[in-house]
Design a protein around this ligand. Structure first.
Ligand SMILES: Cc1cc2nc3c(=O)[nH]c(=O)nc-3n(C[C@H](O)[C@H](O)[C@H](O)COP(=O)(O)O)c2cc1C
Length: 253
């Protein structure tokens, strides 16, 4: 009986090694330091195609604007899921993916969030913000009132995970958390725009109330509050200009 059991174990090990060897020699993957790496093929466009697609993508994103007046027109959960999935394709320090996207359509929760955000914003506008900050905000027409937090069909609250907590409550490090979550938020905004929807990068400060309202765990910190939906029609946005290429870039050729 014991010999049979040992033989079976040996056979399993052999099968595993054969499988692993097959993988090692396969064209689609190889092992580096004992870890599997898969063959990656990037789109290889011609010079002309590169120029056209990069120009078209710039023109597409150049149309993105922050919107502060939302229609209450519905947006399906599936669309929000796709947008979140897109954001989560972002790179992250040591692939820790230190983010969580909380999507809220529940009107009671949205009202609670609006109420708490307006309390903080009231403090900001009536003393916490410097004169120069208020002067810089004036062209944008922002106020302490945040009706979009109830009007937009969805709010996405992005939390950064400053560390991971496993089931036993032990802490594990995350790396470059701000950079990683910032990049993911950029991709979230791009996905929202690409879907034909609008958002506002909103940062009521401080944002701790979001942890409480949404009952988030101690390793998460609120990062951004993004209303998502359709723009109210008609909609007016501040008439601002973006910096020219030579102001934002320096080429070393
Ligand atoms: C980190 C960050 C925080 C922001 N916070 C707010 C905010 O709390 N309220 C607001 O109305 N706009 C906020 N904005 C939006 C900016 O005002 C807006 O992006 C800027 O005016 C440029 O306009 P555009 O997004 O239409 O190009 C924020 C943007 C960023 C990137």
């Amino acid at each position: 009986m014991y010999i049979l059991f040992t033989l079976q174990k040996l056979l399993e090990k052999l099968k595993y090694l054969i499988e692993r060897f097959k993988n090692m020699s396969s064209e689609n993957s190889k092992y580096i330091n004992g870890f599997k790496h898969t063959l990656y093929k990037s789109a290889s466009l011609s010079k002309e195609e590169l120029l056209t697609t990069s120009q078209q993508f710039f023109e597409h994103l150049d149309k993105r604007r922050s919107v502060r007046d939302f229609s209450d027109r519905e947006v399906s959960k599936k669309v929000i899921e796709n947008i979140i999935r897109t954001a989560s394709t972002a790179p992250s320090g040591a692939h820790k993916q230190p983010w969580i996207f909380c999507a809220i359509s529940n009107s009671e929760l949205k009202s609670k969030i609006r109420e708490a955000a307006e309390i903080e914003e009231q403090e900001n506008y009536s003393g916490r913000m410097s004169e120069s900050w208020l002067r810089d905000l004036a062209p944008l027409g922002t106020t302490m009132e945040k009706p979009f937090l109830e009007e937009a069909p969805w709010l996405i609250v992005v939390f950064k995970k400053v560390y991971e907590l496993d089931e036993s409550g032990e802490k594990h490090n995350n790396y470059y958390v701000n950079e990683s979550v910032g990049i993911a938020c950029g991709m979230l905004i791009t996905a929202i725009h690409n879907a034909g929807l609008v958002t506002l990068t909103h940062t009521p400060s401080p944002m701790n109330f979001l942890t409480k309202v949404l009952g988030r765990p101690s390793n998460e910190r609120p990062y951004l509050l993004m209303p998502v939906g359709y723009a109210k029609d008609p909609n007016y946005v501040p008439d601002i200009v973006r910096k020219e290429l030579d102001e934002i870039s320096q080429f070393y050729e």
